[in-house]
Design a protein around this ligand. Structure first.
Ligand code: HEC
Length: 98
């Protein structure tokens, strides 16, 4: 019984740390140079500020899958190449609240 409880708490601990691993704020640090700390910079693209999380996640997943974008999409495809689904979700949620 003790072993089961230990195994269970390990599973829970791992689950919690996995959820914390995708930190939207930390992930956004490398985006701020082009999009602005609050997502309102429009020199490179449409403003991210004001967009809903679902729309942002769709664009980001599209860049990763190379199925979305405009003339400068190559830049964003590079940015999203290594992003996981959890990263995309965390980024979209963080940006939607900027
Ligand atoms: C080197 C500059 C640069 C960096 C860094 C960068 N972006 Fe971009 N981003 C762009 C450009 C340029 C576009 C427009 C690309 C196109 O033509 O589709 C864009 C487009 C986007 C769009 C789509 C906007 C829209 O509504 O069409 C989103 C969302 C986005 N970026 C999020 C991010 C996130 C999140 C990061 C950080 C992981 C990031 N960007 C890092 C330059 C950058």
């Amino acid at each position: 019984m003790k072993k089961i409880a230990l195994a269970l708490s390990l599973v829970l601990a791992f689950g919690a740390s996995a959820a914390l691993a995708a930190d939207g704020k930390a992930l956004y640090a490398k985006c701020a140079g082009c999009h602005g700390a609050d997502g309102s910079k429009t020199a490179q693209s449409k403003a991210l500020k004001g967009q809903k999380a679902e729309a942002l996640a769709k664009s980001l997943a599209g860049y990763k899958a190379k199925t979305y974008g405009g003339a400068k999409k190559g830049l964003m495809e590079g940015q999203m190449a290594g992003a996981s689904d959890a990263d995309i979700k965390a980024l979209a949620e963080y940006i939607s609240k900027l």
